[in-house]
Design a protein around this ligand. Structure first.
Ligand code: GTP
Ligand code: SPV
Ligand code: MN
Length: 596
């Protein structure tokens, strides 16, 4: 049986790509939508879809004077974050997925998902969303096609990827693409599956409309499928921000940073330096805030690019004080998800500049007042907007060749033990610092928050293959680099005895970036400690910082007993990887113990 436009009416331009056409027809037979809509990514199409979404109650138009082009979306209450327990890597053997991933045999996963998808789009449209990850024309760029029954997903993909014609141009008549099949189902967590088939270059996601579960270009393609491809093809797909630091000489130093979800990537990538640093000629520019693809070039330098075309950033805590760049980005043509709605049709969230409103509607649309006892905005509420909204976007952000990386930062949310800043002795020691990263859990994933869990390179939920092999791949990449980037460990979140942050964070993190930049150019020395190189207090710009010296010293303190416990926990974590765990990293932990 073949689907013709008489059985399922199709709208929009179909591409001249036989395998794509066949797969769309096959999927339509399974899901049985009433219509198939091929998306072209045009402004007219966006206006039409927005209208439709408003009519369907999927989007609420906001006050168009204050927030032109902006809409609010309210998620299903049980669908507000990535659901890691429903996320599977479906490799031929469990061993290939490794002990840190949920695994399903591909045949079982396909059988189960076919049942879920069967007739799932009856009475609704199936949108065909071709999308490009990476700058057009780049050797690393990848095309995906997402079939979805969610207008919200289409409108987000339009802001976060290169959607429509730009993707089809890259695809050509017979290019490869990742097949991404998505349905919200009934938003039932008991029927939610986010399944990755790296060997088939396919992703099937059912039962969620939220973020990383449903916008399949992001975590699913750019990280889980991407990391698998990277291991085979010799590059790295990482959960990292990518930014440039401009120093007083005018030179720009590019750095990447891996921090677990909701631990500060967007904020660091958009950092506004303190006025005194700005006056001296220091500044920053953004390339990416969540994902970096990195590959060695012919000269043996590591080059990085951001595969995303937009932001899906955390809203709570964002203000003109903490992140004026993000405030500018979300001032127009933005989709807000799960924030509070004010009576004047604007939005509010905890941590915004204005104090809590006397009354508003909370993220679920219920009347809210400050005495309510719960938050008005969901802690994982988000904004979606294109990169181009950023007034400090790097001119290199869309360069198909990417930028050379001089420094890699690893950091988690650790209220104790881990110092504010240290530098690895060399690449292998840096890989060890990344592999032993840990963080307190946040609202970006469902489950309990505030529990310390190991999260190597911030990739625990995103690595599409065995973590032991991933560590080997990182070590092997270093060997291919003539001048590998320097690697640093940072922790903005260490507390004092009263539970207050020792370090002011946000814009003041510029002070630490200055030291890192100077280290990259050999302009400043360091002190050797058992954990790595640390800055001399006098080498950190503390000007204008209240109790700066005292804070820095406390934030850098090494508690030897706590570190012995930390290393025992690292060794326990490593043990689960068995034979695939590189001995080199175990030896690194041995050396730290000896130095302590
Ligand atoms: P994902 O989008 O989930 O990957 O998150 P992210 O890593 O981009 O985190 P983001 O920058 O959105 O920050 C998350 C939370 O950390 C927000 O509530 C911020 O207010 C807070 N935060 C970010 N940077 C800092 C910092 O330097 N110091 C402190 N104390 N808090 C910070
Ligand atoms: C994260 O959780 O790391 C995010 C948000 O960036 S999501 O798109 O939901 O993955
Ligand atoms: Mn993220």
């Amino acid at each position: 049986m073949s689907i013709s436009s008489t059985t399922i009416p199709a709208q929009g331009q179909r591409p001249n790509h036989a395998a794509l056409q066949r797969w769309v027809e096959e999927s339509a037979r399974l899901c049985q939508p009433s219509t198939i809509v091929w998306c072209d990514g045009s402004a007219e199409e966006a206006a039409r879809l927005q209208q439709r979404a408003v009519a369907d109650g999927v989007l609420i138009p906001l006050n168009q004077q204050a927030l032109p082009g902006c809409f609010l979306h309210r998620s299903h209450p049980n669908d507000t974050a990535r659901t890691e327990r429903c996320t599977f890597i479906c490799t031929p053997t469990k061993e290939l997925a490794g002990p840190t991933n949920n695994w399903m045999a591909p045949d079982d996963a396909y059988a189960l998902l076919r049942r879920e998808f069967s007739g799932a789009m009856r009475g609704r449209a199936m949108y065909v969303v071709p999308f490009l990850m990476g700058p057009p024309g780049s050797v690393l760029a990848k095309v995906g096609v997402e079939l979805t029954d969610s207008i919200y997903v289409v409108l987000n993909m339009r802001l976060m990827t290169g959607m429509g014609g730009i993707a089809l141009d890259q695809l050509g008549r017979d290019g490869a693409f990742t097949r991404c099949l998505h349905s919200v189902g009934t938003y039932d967590p008991d029927h939610r599956y986010i399944c990755h088939f790296p060997q088939d270059n396919a992703i099937w996601s059912f039962g969620s409309g939220y973020g990383g579960n449903a916008l399949l270009g992001k975590k699913c393609l750019a990280l889980r499928i991407g990391s698998y491809l990277g291991q085979h093809e010799g590059w790295l797909a990482e959960h990292m921000l990518l930014m440039g630091v401009k120093d007083p000489t005018g030179a720009i130093t590019y750095l990447t940073g891996a921090f677990p979800s909701a631990c500060g990537k967007t904020n660091l990538a958009m950092l506004t330096p303190p006025a005194a640093a700005l006056a001296k000629g220091w500044n920053t520019e953004t390339l990416g805030d969540d994902i970096a693809w990195m590959a060695p070039d012919a000269q043996g330098a590591l080059r990085a690019m951001n595969p995303e075309h937009g932001y899906f950033g955390v809203v709570p805590g964002t203000s003109l004080t903490t992140n004026p760049t993000a405030m500018a980005i979300m001032s127009h043509d933005t989709i807000y998800t799960n924030v509070a709605l004010l009576p004047d049709g604007t939005v509010w969230w905890e941590g915004k500049d204005e104090p809590p409103p006397a009354q508003c509607l909370d993220w679920q649309g219920q009347p809210w007042a400050p005495a309510c006892g719960h938050k008005a905005a969901h802690p994982n509420s988000r904004f979606t907007a294109p990169l181009t909204h950023n007034p400090h976007l790097s001119p290199k952000a869309r360069d198909p060749c990417g930028v050379p990386v001089s420094a890699i930062l690893f950091g988690g949310w650790r209220s104790a033990t881990v110092p504010l800043i240290l530098e690895a002795f060399d690449w292998a020691h840096g890989v060890y610092l990344g592999a032993t990263m840990a963080s307190e859990t946040t609202a970006a994933a469902t489950g309990q928050t505030g529990v310390v869990r190991r999260d190597p390179m911030a990739m625990l939920p995103f690595c599409g293959y065995h973590m032991g092999d991933y560590f080997r791949h990182w070590l092997a990449m270093g060997a291919r680099l003539k001048s590998p980037p320097r690697i640093f460990l940072v922790n903005w979140f260490r507390n004092d005895a009263r539970g207050q942050f020792l370090w002011p964070g946000f814009g003041d993190n510029m002070r630490i970036l200055q030291w890192i930049t100077d280290r990259c150019h050999g302009r400043v020395g360091a002190i050797e400690t058992p954990l790595g190189w640390m800055p001399r207090v006098e080498d950190v710009n503390l000007s204008g910082l209240d109790r700066g010296r005292e804070r820095l010293e406390q934030a850098q303190a090494i508690d030897r007993d706590a570190w012995k416990r930390e290393i025992a926990a690292q060794r326990e974590f490593f043990a689960q990887f068995g034979d695939r765990m590189p001995q080199e990293l175990i030896a690194q932990s041995e050396r730290v113990l000896q130095r302590l």
